[in-house]
Design a protein around this ligand. Structure first.
Ligand SMILES: Cc1cc2nc3c(=O)[nH]c(=O)nc-3n(C[C@H](O)[C@H](O)[C@H](O)COP(=O)(O)OP(=O)(O)OC[C@H]3O[C@@H](n4cnc5c(N)ncnc54)[C@H](O)[C@@H]3O)c2cc1C
Length: 423
């Protein structure tokens, strides 16, 4: 049978997998349950505005994701990402900016020049960061709060723990120290620009999934929106998929669904039962985004700020990034205990930085299962499965990053590569 592959799930992992296969000349059909591509990083419309299901931020170290976005960008269209050297501004308590020096000197200079820390704290932070970047191992069972135990309390509260919550979407008490270390190493242990922060300039579907689907069409592939795959029947020589409307036979399948959706499909294939059981044991953490529309003349002095003493950790000015004047996005990660008045509290957090009048409207989107909890000793499955015709892709598969766009795109490309390698 000539390869004829179904990719199930049109998030960033599925789109990366389908694109990689189509570019290698393989016939591909991409199935997506919803009407929009992008999965947990997708466009939504609120109050007539193109927004996202959650404000996202990318790191300069996201090599695979950045390469895919750049490769699909039409020559004439402006860059979809706004690159900023790493800085964390949390007025009036704290600010840190990494200058353009070779890594990791830029981090060292940033820490030593940070406002809001005493000299003892700056040196403690620099020594600790150096040890984290250079020591070979971090025990698998260690949590981030155990890892940071030797650090002064102010550093833990102002720097390391907020970084953990934003990068791993998991509270430091239960977050994996090893994955945290890997993220710090990816950002600060390579090239200077790896720690840059990249803000999307357009909605998340337009940033990668939509151009990936357009390229897929050009290459003769298919995209089936609003097509949830409900059945999976795997034989030795083919795999049959079923949706509400049809069944179709493929030579191979890549399951690129979110981990919470994997067990229902994988449990239908005896060889995949162990992986279905393992992934079914994952716990999840929410992320909430609140959009506040202020007067169009209102703008933050900087494109984004870190926030303290409240439910939101960041506020982004979408007027500056997306050309949506007066629109702010507040983000609360690891938001399992979000107070009901969290949007009022977030607005009060903003008032400590800048005076804003009453908003014209505000709306929130809470993604209850935004990401899996990135805990110590997590067993993340490989992209190859025990069935030779079925592969996995998604941010939960084995890799150095936590649940991020980079994990998703890497896994998609890797899964397609593993499939193509098969005799
Ligand atoms: C609010 C929020 C904020 C975030 N912020 C950041 C950030 O700032 N930076 C960052 O790097 N990452 C961030 N993330 C994480 C990032 O969005 C995810 O890691 C990534 O999008 C996961 O992609 P994926 O393709 O692996 O899975 P998904 O995006 O979940 O894609 C799976 C797709 O499969 C589809 N599907 C499921 N079941 C079926 C079926 N049976 N048939 C057909 N289709 C099916 C789903 O509809 C979905 O589209 C955030 C996530 C959220 C929710």
């Amino acid at each position: 049978m000539k390869p004829n592959v179904a990719v199930v799930g049109g998030g960033w992992a599925g789109c990366a997998a389908a694109l990689t296969l189509a570019e290698a000349g393989v016939a591909v059909t991409l199935y997506e349950a919803s009407r929009t591509l992008g999965g947990r990083a997708r466009a939504v419309e609120l109050e007539g505005q193109p927004l996202d299901n959650g404000q996202h931020i990318l790191l300069g170290a996201y090599g695979q994701t950045l390469q895919l976005i750049e490769r699909l960008r039409p020559a004439a269209s402006p860059n979809g990402l706004w690159r900023l050297p790493l800085s964390l501004n949390q007025p009036p308590d704290f600010s840190l900016a990494c200058p353009r020096l070779p890594a990791p000197l830029h981090l060292l200079a940033g820490l030593l020049g940070a406002r809001g820390l005493g000299w003892g704290e700056k040196l403690a932070a620099a020594r600790w960061a150096h040890a984290l970047l250079s020591h070979a191992d971090t025990p698998d069972q260690l949590s981030v709060s155990q890892l940071t135990r030797s650090q002064p309390e102010k550093l833990r509260t102002l720097l390391w723990h907020p970084l953990c919550v934003s990068a791993l979407n998991t509270p430091p008490e239960i977050a994996s120290a090893r994955v945290f270390r890997d993220v710090i190493r990816a950002a600060f242990g390579g090239r200077t620009h790896h720690s840059d922060l990249l803000l999307p300039r357009r909605d998340l579907t337009a940033l990668f999934p939509a151009p990936a689907a357009a390229r897929l069409f050009e290459l003769g592939g298919n995209v089936r929106l609003a097509s949830r795959v409900t059945s999976l029947d795997a034989a030795a020589d083919a795999v049959t998929l079923g949706t509400r409307d049809e069944t179709a036979v493929y030579s191979h399948v890549i399951l690129a669904v979110a981990p919470q959706h994997l067990p229902a499909l994988a449990a239908q294939v005896p060889a995949l039962e162990p992986v279905a059981r393992r992934v079914a044991a994952y716990a999840y953490q929410p992320i909430a985004t609140a959009y506040f529309q202020y007067d169009p003349d209102f703008r933050l002095p900087k494109p984004f700020y870190a926030l303290a003493d409240g439910p939101a950790q960041f506020v982004f000015d979408r007027g500056q990034s997306h050309g949506q004047p007066g629109l702010l996005a507040f983000v609360a990660s690891a938001a399992a205990e979000l107070p009901t008045d969290w949007m009022d509290q977030a607005a009060a957090q903003l008032q400590r930085i800048v005076r804003a009048g009453p908003p014209r409207w505000c709306k929130s989107i809470v993604e209850k299962q935004a990401t899996y909890a990135c805990v110590p000793g997590m067993a993340r499955p490989a992209v190859r499965t025990a069935h030779p015709r079925i592969f996995l892709a998604g941010d939960y598969t084995a890799g150095p990053y936590p649940a991020t766009l980079e994990s998703a795109t890497r896994s998609g490309v890797q899964s397609a590569g593993a499939l193509l390698e098969q005799p």
